[in-house]
Design a protein around this ligand. Structure first.
Ligand code: C2E
Ligand code: CA
Ligand code: CA
Length: 726
């Protein structure tokens, strides 16, 4: 073992040398004898001895006590005083420097040795304890949780840096204070103060946890969500020494918990409540309505029309984005107490609570429908969407929410069947009607095979020559022993069922065949000019020329067609099969074709035009794209919707719009057909505006092929007679 080094500080050199000899005898090393305080400090610094034997009285300005203080403090070297003086004042001063021993001169070697050995032992013990303490402190300080401890009376004794940051209190400020002052815990919901866990664990003598929704109110007034527990501390003899508390910032944890809870109850796409949450609220509404009859609510089921075709054509990504864009529009039309949820797919549900009258519910439904009307801009697509809403009111007493949902579904189904963009209130009559509708759906799918569809034809007339230039094919459904059904009753259904393209193609084939038959029979154009209702009084119109029959056929083409890759081939084969020239076929399309699928549609139209067919833009003025789209597509004829035509005699605004439309179409080199002309006045105005063609009850209603053939034959005969007479 290495020898311990002892520094002897003694101004009386003889004594010093005596001590040195004694110490060396005992086996210690004594490198130097120091006689002044100043030198003692200096040498201690240089040699770093294991112990200093210090005389108090030195012939120096720095006395032994001052030198010892510096050496202990700065170097943690133990000091033993050797002195002849034992007066009170000296002892007091000396004890302040926490010496390890105090030996009065003269002393015995044994006494000196015992003092020295005890000092070495105590000092190394102290060092170990100190290191241990520091290590513990380092541990406490590096924990990511806040730690605070109290003494047995409950006063704060320790706080680690995290606890300081959390509370806004420094340890120095907090020590000696009650934890109630430093750690304010609130219940997030009730805002009540929570019993301080540190004190509680101390008083109740067991571990205490904070409730789940605890907040820590900081010194600066911030509120931090925290989790916390406190436990009493015992020493190794089992005596209560205080309590320790661990506080953790649980902001992130609570955010994650809230997120998990949110995810479980919300639709990930739209962030609206999901079916589960909605059904829960619906059940509460049902329960409440049972308890208090004055409470009224309404359930709406909302289904998007034709969403499937958008999804199929433009892809799920666009479909998803559309759904995301729809959600906020729905919300804008609802009050904060209402719930709107996404049930999945394109189905949404709305719960209106605290309603007193039906009118309010209907107004809300209307507002929702019109809110959805403006086009949605998704990427570079402008999408038009309508919805159908079925409504059930709590005035029908329901006990089961499944019954409510079923009836709302029935009402929604009815709304869809009425055409798009409608709402329908459920009434008990509907049960029967719905079953009928379901049967109709089934029947429609087999209507073509059962030969139940018929085509009626409505003449389109030249407003100049009064010649019938074309016949619009309009489909009807004739079920055996039932009244004739009009397109309004089944076209929307056919579109929803995905039957529309088959139906349209059947109509087109039928109409092309029909015209081909008529042409082979040699029937010509049908001139309406001699009809006094049709011909303008005192008209100076030119007499119709007896041209070769140029009669053509107009057919309606649902926009769903434009999602089909082989559209052009299909038309080419229909023309080939029926032997009809493309010149005699006009395809009527609506603006929705351009809006949903502009690029593809433009390309397809171009190819169709290569078959020599003409393109008519139907129902012009009712869509949104209107003028801006017109010039981008190869359109030959624009059909102005009858809602404009029917107002022109009485409504100056409508007249102005129609005039502008006609002017614009002409500028773009397109001809104009006015739909729904019912009065001579309307016809005259349109004629004056330079509109080329007219269609409407004034001229003729749509009738079956046989009736049309008859009229064409008559016209033919008359014409033959006229020309023969000349
Ligand atoms: P649309 O293409 O606008 O056809 C004109 C509609 O107006 C026809 O009704 C016609 O009978 C009616 N109409 C004609 N003149 C007058 C008039 O002076 N006054 C009034 N109030 N109405 C008149 P319809 O036949 O009930 O057809 C309704 C709609 O059904 C058509 O509107 C068309 O969009 C659609 N549609 C008809 N047939 C087919 C078809 O084969 N395929 C497709 N996809 N849609 C069809
Ligand atoms: Ca049409
Ligand atoms: Ca039309």
């Amino acid at each position: 073992m290495e020898k311990k080094t002892i520094l002897v500080v003694e101004d009386e050199v003889v004594i010093a040398m005596d001590i040195q000899a004694t110490l060396v005898d005992m086996g210690y090393e004594v490198p130097e004898i120091i006689t002044s305080g100043e030198a003692a400090i200096q040498t201690a610094l240089e040699l770093y001895p294991d112990l200093v034997l210090m005389d108090i009285h030195l012939n120096d300005t720095v006395d032994g006590i001052t030198a010892a203080a510096t050496i202990t403090e700065a170097l943690d070297i133990p000091v033993i005083y050797l002195t002849a003086y034992a007066d009170e004042e000296t002892l007091r001063r000396a004890s302040l420097t926490t010496p390890f021993g105090y030996i009065l001169k003269p002393f015995e070697a044994r006494e000196l040795r015992a003092n020295i050995e005890i000092t070495f032992y105590k000092h190394s013990l102290e060092k170990t304890i100190k290191e241990h303490r520091q290590w513990l402190l380092a541990v406490l300080n590096s924990i990511s949780e806040g730690v605070a401890a109290s003494d047995p009376r409950g006063l704060i004794k320790f706080m680690n840096p995290v606890a300081e940051t959390l509370t806004g209190w420094s340890q120095a400020e907090a020590i000696g204070r009650s934890p109630v002052e430093v750690f304010h815990f609130l219940d997030e919901v009730t805002r009540n103060l929570i019993d301080n866990p540190l004190l509680k664990s101390l008083h109740e003598n067991h571990t205490v946890y904070l409730p789940e929704n605890a907040l820590l109110l900081t010194k600066h007034g911030d509120e931090i969500p925290v989790a916390d527990s406190a436990a009493p501390i015992y020493n190794d003899r089992g005596r209560l020494e205080g309590a320790v508390m661990v506080v953790r910032d649980s902001t992130e944890q609570r955010r994650m918990e809230a997120q998990l809870e949110h995810n479980a109850l919300h639709d990930p796409l739209t962030q609206l409540p999901n079916r589960a949450l909605f059904l829960n609220r619906l059940q509460q509404a049902v329960d409440r309505a049972q308890r208090s009859p004055e409470f009224g609510f309404a359930l709406m089921l909302l289904d998007l029309d034709r969403f499937k075709s958008i999804n199929d054509t433009l892809g799920h990504l666009v479909g998803d984005q559309l759904l995301m864009a729809i959600a906020p529009r729905l919300q804008t039309q609802l009050r904060s107490i209402d719930t709107v949820a996404r049930f999945g797919g394109d189905e949404f549900a709305v719960l209106l609570e605290d309603i007193t009258d039906v009118a309010f519910v209907c107004r809300t439904a209307k507002r929702i429908l019109s809110e959805l009307r403006p086009p949605f801009l998704i990427g570079h697509h402008e999408l038009l969407i309508t919805a159908s809403i079925g409504i059930v009111l709590s005035s029908i007493p329901y006990e089961q929410i499944t019954d409510l949902l079923r009836d709302a579904d029935i009402a929604m189904y009815r709304a869809k069947a009425r055409g798009r963009g409608n709402y329908e209130l459920f009434d008990t009559l509907m049960h029967g009607l719905t079953i009928e509708l379901m049967q109709r759906e089934y029947a429609l799918s087999s209507a073509i095979a059962h030969d139940e569809l018929v085509v009626h034809y409505q003449p389109i007339v030249s407003l100049v020559t009064h010649e019938v230039t074309s016949l619009e094919a309009l489909v009807r459904w004739q079920k055996p022993d039932e009244a004739l059904m009009y397109p309004d009753q089944f076209i929307a259904l056919a579109e929803d069922m995905g039957l529309i393209t088959t139906l349209d193609q059947w109509v087109i084939r039928e109409a092309c065949q029909q015209l081909q038959v008529w042409q082979q029979l040699g029937v010509g154009a049908w001139v309406l000019a001699d009809d006094p209702l049709v011909r303008r009084a005192n008209s100076t119109d030119p007499t119709p020329t007896l041209s070769i029959p140029t009669l053509s056929i107009n057919v309606n083409l649902s926009s769903n067609h434009f999602t089909q890759k082989n559209l052009v081939e299909t038309f080419a084969s229909i023309l080939q099969d029926t032997g009809l020239s493309g010149h005699h076929l006009k395809l009527e399309i609506t603006e929705s074709v351009f809006i949903e699928n502009a690029k593809e549609a433009a390309a397809m139209l171009k190819q169709l035009k290569e078959l020599n067919v003409q393109i008519c833009l139907d129902d012009f003025g009712t869509g949104y794209s209107s003028f801006s789209y017109l010039h981008q597509f190869p359109i030959d004829i624009v059909k102005i919707d009858r809602s404009f035509v029917q107002g022109i005699g009485t409504d100056a605004g409508k007249l102005a719009i129609v005039r502008a439309m006609v002017g614009l179409c002409h500028t773009l080199g397109m001809a104009v057909t006015a739909e729904g002309i019912e009065t001579p006045q309307q016809r005259d105005i349109l004629q004056d505006l330079g509109c080329e063609y007219g269609q409407g009850h004034l001229f003729a209603r749509a009738t079956d092929g046989a009736t049309i053939a008859l009229k064409l034959k008559t016209a033919n005969r008359r014409r033959a007679g006229e020309s023969g007479g000349r």
